[in-house]
Design a protein around this ligand. Sequence first.
Ligand SMILES: Nc1ncnc2c1ncn2[C@@H]1O[C@H](COP(=O)(O)OP(=O)(O)O)[C@@H](O)[C@H]1O
Length: 284
Amino acid sequence: MAAAIRRLRPSSFSFSFVTRSFSTAAAPETVKPHLYSQKPISPGVDPKNRNVQWVFLGCPGVGKGTYASRLSTLLGVPHIATGDLVREELNSGSAFSKQLAEIVNQGRLVSDEIIINLLSKRLEAGEGKGESGFILDGFPRTVRQAGILDEVTDIDLVVNLKLPEKVLIEKCLGRRICNECGKNFNVASIDVMGENGSPRISMAPLLPPSHCVSKLITRADDTEEVVKERLRIYNDKSQPVEDFYRSQGKLLEFDLPGGIPESWPKLLEVLNLDEQDEKQSVAA
Ligand SMILES: Nc1ncnc2c1ncn2[C@@H]1O[C@H](COP(=O)(O)OP(=O)(O)O)[C@@H](O)[C@H]1O
């Protein structure tokens, strides 16, 4: 495990919990990367000059991947989804992919060791390509993972996306992936009454273009039974991660008001970002 922790080295620098104003510029060359297993301590470095190190939390189906991916494009940092790393491993035909498939298809979490190993490999590969900063999606999922991450890097912000359970189940069951281009779609048309006085939630389906229609596949773990098990496990294992970050003052709770058209502008607003930032980062 020690080796795994050492290998989980951050690919970038961090800044303190400042989200109201930051730049998307790359970390300046004058800043030296910190060592393994060492908190990045860089007093005097202007937080505006560092790339973000964010985490997206939320139940299965909430849309972590969608919003994390959009923000990663906007901010010019990689979107690293541990679920994608697991699926790549499953498709690789590696020695333990069969064993992994059994766990994932039952909706269970893979071991912290396996996931940290996959993540550290991904971070190292990114580091080799000069990546800086990240938006993590699907990690950490246990308090132990959060503790390990805390030992090796400073997370700036944790966005906790929320939707009622009924919507989560419908969204997971409607999820489709094009097995050619890899894009995600959703065939569910959602219209759910709000609970306890909260507003009604409607989401239009996100339908594929005609050339993807015949190539759509459903994730093996998106059956009703497995989705319910994943939600149970989320409440048991991952909800304490919310408390972990809440106690650090890093948790930003975000109740999604609906689908992408309603939610994306609101999310940008609470993060004090606008689409203009993308142009700045491209120009930088
Ligand atoms: N951080 C993690 N720890 C343990 N298992 C993980 C982690 N991330 C992903 N997995 C495994 O990969 C599966 C798919 O993950 P993901 O795509 O993030 O699903 P979800 O839609 O449930 O958020 C999970 O059900 C779990 O088996």
